[in-house]
Design a binder for this molecule. Structure first.
Ligand code: MHF
Ligand code: KIV
Length: 336
């Protein structure tokens, strides 16, 4: 392999995660040749050079260089295009899709076929970021089921890696996936798919034993071959400690700045989600308020007949054609 980072070397040498050494690491710039326009035009309309494909090896290099890894969710084609244009490293089709895009009360309601449908749209919009999909609740009860369902996300959904919530108890599942070459991201700490069992969405690892359990989960998942691990809603000191102790990149959400990277739900970051706002959310734009204003103005303009305007927003027919048309329908055409 070419130019391996320290971290990657540590992992490829390790007997517990040998699949990295055999992974096809450069899948190339798919589709760039057929649609350079859409993906190489920046937000301001300026042409940008085509992006290089983000590989797992690249994530390890970013970690080794202490360059934060950027992860953003996307559930549709236009959002995926945005992750492509803005050099997002990982585009995550998170199961938060259930709540922020499909209106379910929790992620446990999302089905695999719904997830696959959105994965396909995302894969059409982004090819350079690493494409990761959440395995929905209930789709990884055993290694066999997990492999079958992950293969569906890869083959039908066009995803490159999967993410699973859980700790030591899902080690056999993660081992099965990774040993077959399905890159797997782990997710520990607050596990939204288990909110009912946990009686809500609560910060995890706040006492010594609970913190130690999160560390043990993270270590076990790394040993099972996970290429990265999401740390959700854990004290920032614990996230920093885990990040320092692991060889794989950690991606934090409500886990502080010491993680190897950060993830947010796109609708939280852009302000299109009007539901609950967790403490860890920062709104980088107010798209929802802007969109509401736009809808209100459209409705008003239709009702007061200021939209559409004939000179600006309609089409003309030549006058002689119009007269012929009237004759065809038996109307008397006035002499010119
Ligand atoms: N819009 C959105 N953003 C998300 O980050 C997200 C979803 N939806 N849906 C799926 C899960 C659910 N997530 C959640 C949901 C609620 C909290 C929350 O309310 N946390 C409390 C912690 C309170 C405590 O224990 O002290 C908070 O106030 O931050 C956190 C993550 C993360 N995911
Ligand atoms: C916020 C991320 C980590 C997630 O799991 C989701 O989008 O569901």
């Amino acid at each position: 392999m070419i130019a391996l980072s320290q971290a990657t070397r540590a992992i490829t040498r390790s007997a517990v995660a040998p699949f990295f050494a055999r992974m096809p690491i450069n899948t190339g710039r798919r589709w760039m040749s057929v649609r350079p326009q859409e993906n190489s035009v920046g937000a301001g309309g300026a042409a940008q050079p085509p992006r290089k494909k983000v590989t797992i090896q690249r994530l390890f290099t970013l970690r080794a260089q202490s360059t934060p890894i950027t992860v953003l969710t996307a559930y549709d084609y236009p959002t995926a295009q945005r992750t492509e244009r803005h050099n997002v490293d990982i585009c995550l089709v998170g199961d938060s899709l259930a709540q922020v895009c499909l209106g379910y009360p929790s992620t446990t309601r999302l089905t695999l076929s719904e997830m696959v449908h959105h994965c396909k749209a995302v894969a059409r919009g982004a090819s350079s970021p690493l494409l990761v999909a959440d395995m929905p609740f209930g789709t990884y009860p055993s290694p066999e089921d997990a492999v079958r369902n992950a293969v569906w996300l890869v083959q039908e959904g066009r995803m490159e890696a999967v993410k699973l919530e859980g700790g030591v108890e899902i080690v056999p599942v993660v081992r099965a996936l990774t040993s077959l070459g399905i890159p797997t991201m782990a997710h520990v700490g607050l596990l939204p798919q288990r909110h009912t069992a946990f009686s809500g969405y609560r910060v995890q690892g706040r006492d010594a034993n609970a913190a130690y359990a999160v560390l043990a989960d993270a270590r076990a998942l790394q040993a099972a071959g996970a290429f990265s691990i999401v740390l959700e809603a854990v004290p920032h000191a614990l996230a920093g400690y885990i990040t320092a102790k692991l060889d794989i990149p950690t991606i934090g959400i409500g886990a502080g700045p010491a993680c190897s990277g950060q993830v947010l739900v796109c609708d939280d970051a852009l302000g299109t989600w009007s539901g609950h706002k967790a403490k860890f959310v920062r709104r980088f734009a107010q798209v929802g308020a802007h969109a509401d204003q736009g809808v209100a103005e459209y409705v008003k303009a239709v009702r007061d007949r200021s939209f559409p305007s004939i000179p600006q927003e309609t089409y003309e027919i030549p006058e002689d054609e119009w007269n012929k048309f009237l004759e065809l329908d038996g109307e008397v055409v006035k002499a010119q």
